[in-house]
Design a protein around this ligand. Structure first.
Ligand SMILES: Cc1cc2nc3c(=O)[nH]c(=O)nc-3n(C[C@H](O)[C@H](O)[C@H](O)COP(=O)(O)OP(=O)(O)OC[C@H]3O[C@@H](n4cnc5c(N)ncnc54)[C@H](O)[C@@H]3O)c2cc1C
Length: 494
């Protein structure tokens, strides 16, 4: 008679073999990614980078409703010159973007914001309450001097608060650097809340930038003027945005800023090219149905895509995608930013000045509902009477208004961007995982801050989450979104 222990041993061995076979014989999944911006392209890149060699090769389908990749990284052509129309600047510590540009051999373009030549003026609708100088910009020897004079002018107006602001921003940037730690020692997150808590950034999303800076003892004048100018330029919003989005916005106004020569969209294009992706342009997804073993994505053209894993890499807030069954996401308003490009010449009289050269190259504004724009900046100067300008505003700028701001207007291009979330505090986050299976949402992280780099950071986490849930063990941070008492008010079903 066979010994019972031997039978148990044989059974256990059989089970172990079956399990091992399960892990390796899982069918190669098709991952469908909706959106070809930096978020979608980064998911594709990191899926390839982190896919275990032992697992079958993933098939990646990318669906993009536009005829071009890049999403909010897009360029515009004004009178023969190309300018960034959406996301324009990168921070020196945006390490994913830096790695992408090295990997893809893209050329850097530095934006020297420390130069005294990019003069700044703060306009309150009647006068410039503060102005830096711009004399001597064409003479390299004077550059440094002008820069020093401007630092002094800023110091005289805002005092030591400027240094406090720098240290506040640096502390936050340093915490963000945790997201670049080795994957082996870095958890995978199912929710942005967990991801932010792990880096020590979550609390900044629960209070306004204003309150954070007041507690940090920044002077009210600095908050009312310079900080306001920056949040209005970078997010089209006031200092009452959440502390984290506000701090990210302040970080985007320091030195060492850069961009990709020819357009930041080249990062998305390069990543997609390198990641063996089947890209479908002009393909707008209108529904995602969970059919049990796979998701069926249907496009407005009538095409269907079957995928084991579906990734939404675009904000769902103003999208028409229908989910079957319904999913629940946190309510979020989108801030529209109207970007108007004008080739021509500003009218000094509009600003109560007598000569164009007295108008600063960057005109920022304070918070006042009557002000029709957030900022006007010179993008390129052709000669003393001809330049290309970029205007940011919350509402469209009318021709009548443009005719009073400009004395010459040769070309005007208008873009209405559904730009970024309308930030508030406390922020309520949607999880990265939208159901109990394999439906993911990269832009859940956009309530933290909206930048090219934060999209890449969220995408890297989502790629790891997909791989760990599909091929491996579940993430240790499986803090599922729980329906709290405020769920009704703070969530919407799609
Ligand atoms: C005016 C402006 C200025 C900015 N400035 C900066 C800056 O200086 N620095 C910075 O880092 N960030 C900046 N940002 C923010 C930055 O652009 C975004 O955070 C980032 O590009 C978001 O990338 P994403 O891939 O997550 O989304 P997106 O770039 O929006 O990509 C989503 C893609 O999905 C596609 N899509 C949407 N719905 C569907 C559908 N149903 N079917 C198929 N495809 C679909 C869209 O066409 C789009 O291509 C700026 C944004 C704007 C608007």
């Amino acid at each position: 008679m066979t010994h019972p222990m031997a039978i148990i041993f044989v059974l256990l061995t059989f089970l172990a073999i079956c399990q091992a076979q399960d892990a390796t014989t899982l069918p190669a999944p098709t991952v469908c990614i909706i959106g070809s911006g930096i978020g979608g392209s980064s998911v594709a890149h990191f899926l390839r980078k982190y896919s275990p060699n032992s697992s079958p090769s993933i098939k990646i389908q990318m669906l993009e409703r536009n005829g071009l990749v890049g999403g909010r990284m897009a360029t515009v052509n004004v009178a023969g010159d190309t300018f960034e129309a959406g996301a324009s600047i990168l921070h020196p510590k945006n390490f994913h973007a830096l790695n992408y540009s090295k990997l893809l051999n893209l050329e850097f373009k530095e934006k020297d914001s420390s130069s005294g030549c990019s003069s700044l003026g703060i306009w309150d609708g009647k006068i410039f309450v503060f102005k830096t100088v711009k004399i001597g910009c064409d003479v390299p020897l004077f550059d440094k001097l002008v820069s020093l004079v401007n630092s002094l002018l800023l110091f005289i107006r805002y005092g030591f608060s400027l240094l406090k602001m720098d240290s506040f921003v640096e502390g936050t940037v340093n915490r963000f650097l945790k997201y670049y730690e080795e994957p082996a020692s870095r958890p995978i997150f199912e929710t942005p809340d967990e991801m932010l808590k792990w880096a020590g950034l979550y609390n900044l999303t629960t209070r306004t930038l204003h309150d954070e800076l007041v507690d940090f003892r920044l002077s009210p004048l600095l908050i009312k003027e310079l900080v306001t100018v920056i949040t209005r330029i970078n997010y089209g919003q006031s200092v009452y945005i959440s502390g984290l989005a506000g701090t990210v916005s302040l970080a985007g106004s320091g030195g060492g800023l850069w961009s990709i020569k020819g357009g930041n969209w080249k990062m998305a294009a390069g990543l997609i090219n390198q990641s063996d992706v089947a890209l479908h342009l002009h393909e707008e997804i209108e529904s995602i149905a969970d059919l049990g073993d796979f998701y069926e994505l249907n496009s407005t053209k009538g095409n269907s895509y079957a995928c084991e894993v579906a990734v939404v890499a675009t904000p769902l807030d103003e999208s028409n995608i229908q989910f079957i069954p319904q999913i629940s996401v946190s309510k979020r308003k989108i801030q529209h930013t109207h970007t108007t490009f004008v080739r021509g010449l500003l009218n000094p009289a509009y600003f109560g000045l007598s000569a164009v050269m007295e108008i600063p190259e960057l005109v920022g504004t304070v918070e006042d509902p009557d002000l029709p724009f957030s900022s006007i900046s010179v993008l390129k100067k052709y000669d003393e009477k001809d330049a290309t300008y970029k205007i940011f505003s919350r509402q469209p700028v009318s021709d009548t208004l443009l005719d009073s701001i400009f004395s010459v207007r040769k070309e005007t291009i208008r873009i209405d961007w559904p730009a970024y979330p309308h930030y508030h505090a406390p922020e309520v986050f949607t999880p990265f995982l939208l159901d109990d299976r394999h439906l993911y949402y990269v832009n859940a992280f956009e309530n933290a801050a909206s930048t090219m780099e934060t999209s890449a950071v969220a995408a890297e986490n989502v790629a790891r989450l997909i791989l760990s849930r599909y091929f491996g063990t579940k993430s240790m941070h499986s803090s599922k979104f729980s329906s709290g008492s405020h769920r009704e008010e703070s969530h919407v079903d799609l």
